[in-house]
Design a protein around this ligand. Sequence first.
Ligand code: NAD
Length: 280
Amino acid sequence: MASAVPSIDLNNGVQIPQLGFGVYQVPPEKTADAVATALEVGYRHIDTAEMYGNEKGVGEAVARSGIDRGEIFVTSKLNNGYHRRDDALRAFDTTLADLGFDYLDLFLIHWPLPGIDVDYVETWKALEEVYASGRVKAIGVSNFQAHHLRRLFEETEIKPAVNQIEVHPFLAQDELRAFNAEHEIVTEAWSPIAQGKVLDDPAIVAIAERLGRTPAQIVLRWHIERGDVVFPKSSSRERMAENFALFDFELETGDLATLTGLDRGERTGPDPDTFNYIPG
Ligand code: NAD
């Protein structure tokens, strides 16, 4: 079994477990069982979103687990359709109600949506209001580029605690990660194994064979050693356990650079500069 997951300090002093469990594409009716299994495996950080439609299942599993609420870090994200101030405030209330919590650990703007008629600066100010109310321990953004973040720095009060962006060996994102770090924003790496696409890469397979680990563990360990937060998704207990066992080995000299060298700027998800999707 893996040793304890380290925590990272956010810029307001709140601590986030560096490894969590993501529930994107987990069907709502299966979410409570999947999260219950993840909690049994040892995960204490769950990443959900209003858009995933499965916050109720997350809350149900947390309640059923008997684990203290304070020991589980839960993130959710504002749905793209609710960027106006009043909508965002209401959406946060619904998130809390669906989770059955009296506070949330981290709430994010899911996408900047630069092409819609609501400016994400207005949306961020709404999250600042929620933060001031004490019902969320930290607020952050997702899929923000440096130029989106610069506008927040210039026009709002609170710096985001995290920027959750797509990162994996085919999209290493070193420039944006460095920008985040320079501004005391923790990078969270979504789709950390590129939904499985990086696992057949010969360089990754070779490192896995040398260290007696699986390709997924090698890639997840690369994220951990780079200092990012990750929350791989899986529906099987075996893979949840495999993805959790990252703290009893290290990559060897040169391995970090080998994985970073696979960067080819390849996204698995949308480009934040052009993505303006609003669910119907
Ligand atoms: P991921 O990179 O975690 O890959 C998940 C897929 O890889 C699973 O469907 C599974 O089939 C496979 N897999 C998992 N573990 C494996 C293993 N050990 N060996 C082989 N295959 C394995 O992709 P993801 O789910 O897209 O990303 C993880 C989390 O990131 C999501 O659940 C969500 O919480 C978050 N996310 C956020 C955004 C955003 O816009 N903020 C977008 C996508 C994902």
